[in-house]
Design a protein around this ligand. Structure first.
Ligand SMILES: *Cc1c(COP(=O)(O)O)cnc(C)c1O
Length: 298
């Protein structure tokens, strides 16, 4: 697989009437350009876990995920690069035709272990039952070390100090926590939850951020489009339109909902007139391959 290329990450300005109307500006930090398959944010989140595993002389990394998981593929890739073995505990029985995500993870050397949805819920039991000489990474890279890795994402913004608002997609909240910690004191960070009604997120994020940042963020829960993994036609049409209008490829789980939210929030005067907004494009595009061919125009 082709290597990661950090020089590909750019800050892209969006030109649109809905921005001009509010005298606002919107730039997109294109972390997705790091690699066509490895989701930018997942790779960043893994760094400090893998560093610790190496320091403690573990040779195998184990983690959890579903059949289309960006985290599974990023873990498989990062471990292959570091010469570590990887094990993916996969939610649900093995299908006759494995998803492209899982096939690729296997190609990268990951051992896949399929467990029922019920077993998957009790991760502590699985960890005990499987091997105790594996280094375990939480599902999605959730945790303080993940946040520390994700903080580095903001290093790639060209003129970070220019922005008043930074907006990003939220799954576990780990990336958001890292961004909150790395944001400058005058910046407010907005998270868009990809899940329906996950109101434990705020508390989870608070546990991963510095005390003085506790009031510098908020998470919006109105842009889930039916829930995690749901992508109604309205969202798919929005993705195609965004690609036509701005040449931005969005993923169906996270970044499409976030970009939709940005436009909606601008139109609703959520941001004060003249605000400068930075949106993080966190990647995840490999997940779009779960759609039938032809649904998306890119
Ligand atoms: C996992 C993921 C997120 C969410 O990251 P969290 O740290 O779990 O909140 C956002 N965008 C993309 C593309 C992802 O793959």
């Amino acid at each position: 697989m082709i290597p990661l290329d950090f020089k590909q990450i750019v800050t892209q300005s969006i030109q649109a009437d809905w921005l001009t109307a509010k005298k606002g500006s919107l730039d997109i930090l294109r972390i997705d350009l790091l690699h066509p398959i490895i989701s930018g944010n997942k790779w960043f989140k893994l760094q400090h876990y893998l560093q610790e595993a190496t320091e403690l002389n573990y040779s195998t990394i184990a983690t959890f995920g579903g059949a289309y998981s960006n985290h599974i593929i990023a873990t498989a890739f990062a471990c292959q690069q570091l010469g570590l073995k990887s094990v993916g505990i996969i939610r649900g029985e093995a299908a006759d035709n494995l998803s492209h995500t899982l096939l690729l993870a296997q190609e990268l050397g990951m051992e896949l272990i399929f467990v029922s949805r019920e077993e998957y819920r009790d991760k502590d039991a699985l960890q005990k039952q499987l091997a105790d000489n594996w280094y375990w990474v939480n599902e999605g890279g959730y945790g303080i070390k993940g946040a520390k890795g994700a903080a580095a994402v903001l290093n790639y913004a060209t003129n970070l100090a220019d922005y008043n608002f930074i907006i990003a997609a939220v799954g576990t909240g780990t990336m958001l926590a890292g961004i909150i910690n790395a944001a400058l004191p005058h910046q407010k960070v907005i998270g868009i939850s990809a899940m329906k009604g996950n109101h434990s997120l705020e508390a989870n994020v608070r546990e991963m951020i510095d005390d003085e940042k506790k009031n510098s963020f908020s998470i919006l829960h109105d842009y889930h489009f039916g829930g995690y993994g749901k992508h109604p036609k309205q969202l798919l049409d929005f993705i195609n339109r965004s690609f036509d209008d701005y040449k931005i490829p969005l993923d169906i789980v996270y970044t499409s909902k976030t970009f939709f939210a940005v436009e909606d929030l601008v139109n609703k005067n959520f941001f004060p007139l003249g605000s400068k907004v930075l949106m993080i494009h966190s990647g995840g595009l490999q997940g779009n391959l779960s759609l039938p061919a032809g649904v998306l125009s890119f």
